[in-house]
Design a protein around this ligand. Structure first.
Ligand code: SF4
Length: 256
């Protein structure tokens, strides 16, 4: 079932009206609209902040997790800690389609992502992109933890966007204007459970075989698919769609 469709002019107006809004105010806006929305969470620092904020404005709010079956043990640990801390949150876990995954692994191999960008995108497609489409089906909006200073692919994200990759639903980025320091101040001030890999140099955490620690001062996304040299390609297809030729198709963004 399709969710609510959003008009560009309305979303541009929201960006103007809420340009200076706090993340909490943006989540409260979503609750007040009585729209169906979910927080897409990889349980990184930004996502655990948003889960804490969501639990305060909507205790039974929906959190969407994609279990790629290749996550770090530490990530599963913070998922369990989050469940324990916020038992009322509606945590929905989506797994890859096992037939599609079996077909991919049996023909390309378990570690095919190291061989080519096409294989990497195909793996992300099976383990992340298709499950996310299932997770978002029927929702009016989704919430992400994306911030503008996370890397070259994210410098111009807005608080409110129309997600053309997922049928024109609303995409809400409450932390778009926040810095990493603000994220960590919030985690410490509120004793939010977080992934301990952040303490050993992982600013951005994805699947275990595709994430490594970065050096101080390095691009925060540099540890993702580190063997790929193009910084503008460090997205998995969740936030940037790919056309049939494998070229990135950036969704329309309604700037503030
Ligand atoms: S991040 Fe790596 S293991 Fe995870 S889905 Fe993408 S290519 Fe596959």
């Amino acid at each position: 079932m399709a969710g609510q469709h959003w008009e560009a002019v309305a979303v541009e107006g929201l960006n103007r009206a809420y340009a200076a809004a706090s993340p909490q105010e943006l989540l409260a806006w979503a609750v007040a609209q009585k729209i169906q929305f979910g927080l897409a969470s990889s349980f990184g620092a930004e996502d655990v902040v948003l889960a804490d904020m969501l639990a305060r404005v909507k205790p039974n709010g929906t959190v969407l997790m994609l279990d790629t079956l290749r996550l770090h043990t530490e990530t599963y640990g913070v998922v369990d800690a989050t469940r324990a801390r916020y038992p009322q949150l509606d945590l929905r876990v989506y797994y890859p389609d096992m037939a599609a995954l079996d077909s991919f692994v049996s023909t390309q191999g378990y570690n095919a992502f190291y061989q080519s960008m096409d294989n990497r995108k195909a793996c992300c497609g099976v383990r992340k992109v298709e499950p996310l489409a299932r997770a978002l089906a029927g929702l009016d909006a989704w919430v992400t933890g994306m911030r503008r200073d996370q890397g070259t692919t994210r410098t111009d994200i807005a608080h409110f966007e129309i997600d053309d990759v997922h049928g024109g639903m609303l995409k809400l980025n409450p932390l778009a204007a926040w810095s990493s320091d603000q994220v960590w101040e919030y985690i410490r001030a509120n004793d939010v459970p977080y992934n301990p890999l952040h303490d050993v140099g992982f600013p951005s955490i994805g699947c275990a075989p595709c994430t490594r620690a970065v050096a101080p001062g390095e691009d925060p996304r540099a540890g993702r698919w580190w063997w790929e040299l193009d910084p503008d390609a460090k997205e998995c297809g969740i936030h940037i769609g790919y056309d049939a030729a494998g070229n990135a198709v950036v969704q329309r963004i309604s700037k503030a």
